[in-house]
Ligand binder design. Structure first.
Ligand SMILES: Cc1ncc(COP(=O)(O)O)c(C=O)c1O
Length: 389
């Protein structure tokens, strides 16, 4: 049996994913937040135990051990040459979104983003003084695409100073191609727009697809880009709260760092440092097994839905472990669909409408879990849909 099949009692450990926020989430199978259920890689557990055994928990620096692990991974896994000095650490990628907005725009200026997208995009733009301008993704021929015409129109507005990219895209599961990224990069260069690329899911790329850091496309694009990464999703360690934010441009990096320093949160805690090093240096084999497991979960969901739930539609999953499911043919609005899933099917998904109005009628299912949870979810879904018919 794969180590990934081992089920830990996460509810006992106060896992957010297992803790109902509403009465009707009780007894539902939790398939929502982007948080994997797999036991973490053994090298990470061992490194943490070894460090915690030493009873000295004072302020701890990030030395070459840390930076070599991070830049080494980017080079080895993605062929991306980066330098330690480009990196600023933050306690997570969402935190970095707010810092990026504050360091690039003046209050009241605009930031373009592409819904349906991870809800903090819009929230962090607005809560940090920006005006969020949507350029919705287009659903065409069964796949999501960027609307380049609309994007150009929005980016050419002189009040737009920043573009929020999500690569791979949560929730639609696209891994943007070099061609798409080149078009975006060129549009941003042409219109003087800085790019914040949230690449937190960058390692989670399924076979047949390749992740391209937009900053790797050219020195000019790198010069206007902030790339946000973290080992948290890849290695299922988001509870440690860490982010590595790459900025090549000295000027842009300086502005970003000033905001980070002004808030006093640039240090990482000891656990985040040790977990990151052990993840990037010693846990690649664990991750490759996880990726294969997710790929198999994805195949299972696709074939089950195609064969037994033809009223629903799925999309080719290129990246992330988050499956976007089109339930619009059920003719329920976002809230009614949520009630149906929680109260009839007893499944707790991430609700499509929370990703923007473009997401209403969709559900997002987490595939980073043991096979029996995926099977149970599909069985519950089938039963609830049959009872409704
Ligand atoms: C696209 C994206 N960005 C950021 C995050 C969260 O990042 P962090 O926990 O580092 O703040 C998530 C979590 O689901 C995500 O999907």
């Amino acid at each position: 049996m794969s180590i990934l099949e081992r089920q830990l009692d996460r509810a006992q450990l106060d896992a957010e994913k297992m803790t109902p926020r509403q009465e009707r989430q009780q007894g539902c199978i939790p398939m929502w937040v982007a948080d994997m259920d797999f036991p973490a890689a053994e090298p990470i557990r061992a490194a943490l135990l070894k460090r915690m055994e030493q009873p000295t928990y004072g302020y701890t620096g990030k030395t070459n051990r840390y930076y070599d692990a991070v830049t080494g991974w980017m080079k080895r896994r993605h062929g991306w040459d980066t330098k330690a000095e480009w990196i600023t650490t933050t306690p997570g990628v969402v935190t970095a979104m707010g810092f990026a907005v504050r360091s690039v725009i003046q209050p009241g200026e605009k930031v373009v983003y592409q819904p349906p997208v991870y809800p903090p995009f819009k929230r962090m733009i607005e809560k940090n003084g920006g005006i969020a301008v949507p350029s919705p993704l287009k659903l065409q021929d069964g796949a999501f695409h960027m609307d380049m015409k609309d994007l150009e129109a929005k980016l050419s507005d002189p009040e737009v100073k920043l573009f929020f990219l999500c690569n791979p895209h949560n929730p639609v599961g696209r891994v943007w191609t070099r061609q798409e990224l080149t078009q975006i990069g060129e549009l941003c260069l042409k219109h003087g727009v800085t790019i914040f690329s949230d690449d937190i899911h960058h390692d989670l790329v399924l076979s047949g697809h390749a992740y391209t850091p937009i900053a790797s496309l050219s020195p000019a694009i790198s010069n206007i880009t902030i790339t946000a990464t973290s080992p948290s999703k890849t290695f299922s360690i988001p509870g440690f709260k860490m982010g590595n934010i790459f900025i090549e441009s000295k000027e842009l990096r300086g502005k970003f760092r000033t905001i980070v320093e002004n808030t006093g949160v640039s240090d990482l805690d000891i656990g985040a440092i040790e977990a990151t090093i052990a993840a990037y240096n010693d846990s690649e084999a664990w991750f490759d097994e996880v990726l294969q497991y997710i790929e198999d979960n994805n195949k299972l969901v696709d074939s089950f839905i195609a064969e037994r739930l033809p009223e629903l539609k799925t999309f080719a999953l290129e990246g992330t472990y988050l499956k976007w499911i089109d339930c619009r043919s059920l003719n329920m609005d976002g809230r009614a669909l949520e009630s149906f899933m929680l109260e009839q099917a007893k499944i707790w998904f991430s609700e499509g409408y929370t990703f923007g109005e473009e997401g209403a009628g969709f559900e997002r299912m987490n595939l980073g879990t043991q096979r029996n949870n995926v099977e149970e979810t599909l069985a519950r879904l089938e039963q609830a849909l049959q009872a409704r018919a």
